[in-house]
Design a protein around this ligand. Structure first.
Ligand SMILES: Cc1ncc(COP(=O)(O)O)c(C=O)c1O
Length: 347
């Protein structure tokens, strides 16, 4: 009998990345929408464990691609989805989620203490209390977010073999911590390189709130971020991340989003430094969402984030507070947050 290669749904068809050789020792793992992988795994597990029933509503607070991934899956599986967000949400993204049947609830006032983050959590609580049988995927703390990346590690090892470096953006920590924990079972010496945004609290920078380079970095500390997985951490400015996104397109015709550009900036630097090493970068989403922003010179100039070419090398720092205003990095050396910062993270 002929084996069918027809996928059951679009989510199934595009959930894994395409592996693309970007010259020499650098390979890009380019996703259509990386967040489909954890969103799908989280919903499947919740179903198996009886925490998600056919009539349950799903409630999540997000303004990014995790919301879009949930919207796609809930459309396909007929779940009612509430996404709670704030005015920073990208309007075309909100419209797209609404077209998929998602109820997008935008809080318009920040809470007096805790700002929009608090206001979003308060709104979530109201919805959750109204639907006691709800399911909250909670990408920042759900262990099934990192656990979802086993098929990526499998795809990489089956098609590449030995991998020496894994480089990628960090937001919830799920993709980098998940993929590298599986890869290190085979390659204990794998070097894991995290890419963060300047002004994000993830690796000890003072919080800058509204950062222009988004999708990576965070103002909250996610439980799913395991700091001791990382050998080096890089902080990239918005202008450098955007310039590298454009360079990835000009040089390799790969039309990706800004977190992919930030990973590429760092990836090509390691590839040139270690020509014998096998280097893989995670490239999380496509560029179409950013056509009128990062791919528009006028918008970049208006935002003060235009740069013709990205910086060629980062500055090595001893402590996260020394990083910036340009691309900087630290030898994190698989330490815990407390070991680097001298104490635990405080909100
Ligand atoms: C476009 C994009 N890139 C990268 C990331 C970071 O991935 P992770 O949350 O797995 O750390 C995110 C997270 O939302 C994202 O939306």
């Amino acid at each position: 009998m002929k084996r069918s290669k027809v996928s059951k749904t679009v989510a199934e068809a595009v959930v894994l990345p395409k592996l693309i050789n970007l010259g020499g020792n650098l390979i890009g793992a380019a996703f259509f929408l990386m967040k489909l992988l954890p969103a799908k795994f989280i919903l499947e597990r919740a179903c198996q464990e009886g925490r998600l029933k056919p009539e349950s509503v799903i409630v999540e607070s997000t303004s990014g691609t995790f919301g879009l991934a949930l919207a796609i899956l809930c459309n396909l599986e007929n779940y009612h989805l509430f996404i709670v967000s704030d005015p920073a949400i990208d309007r075309p993204l909100a419209r797209r989620m609404e077209e998929l049947g998602t109820q997008v609830d935008i809080v318009d006032e920040p809470a007096p203490v805790g700002g929009f983050q608090r206001a979003r959590l308060d709104r979530m609580k109201i919805i959750q209390e109204a639907y006691p049988d709800h399911f909250w995927p909670s990408q920042y703390s759900n262990p099934n977010n990192p656990a979802a990346y086993a098929p990526v590690a499998e795809l990489l090892t089956e098609n590449i073999g030995q991998i020496d470096y894994l480089i990628g953006p960090v937001g919830s920590g799920g993709s980098m911590c998940g993929t590298s924990s599986y890869l290190r079972l085979l390659f204990p010496r794998l070097r894991v390189i995290g890419v963060d945004s300047l002004g994000s609290v993830l690796f000890g920078q003072p919080d800058q709130g509204a950062r222009l380079l988004r999708g990576l970095g965070n103002s909250l500390m996610p439980k799913n971020l395991s700091h001791s997985m990382f050998d080096d951490v890089h902080w990239v400015s918005a202008a450098e991340g955007f310039a590298a996104t454009r360079l990835l397109h000009r040089k390799h015709a790969l039309y990706m989003g800004p977190t992919s550009g930030a990973a590429y900036l760092v990836g090509q630097w390691y590839a040139a430094r270690y020509p014998e090493a096998s280097i893989v970068m995670l490239l999380p989403d496509e560029g179409y969402r950013y056509q009128s922003t990062i791919y528009d010179d006028e918008w970049l100039k208006l935002m003060g984030a235009w740069m013709s070419e990205p910086t060629s090398a980062p500055r090595l720092v001893e402590h996260p507070w020394e990083a910036g205003p340009e691309w900087s990095y630290i030898n994190w050396n698989r330490r815990a947050y407390e070991q680097v910062m001298g104490g635990p993270f405080r909100e």
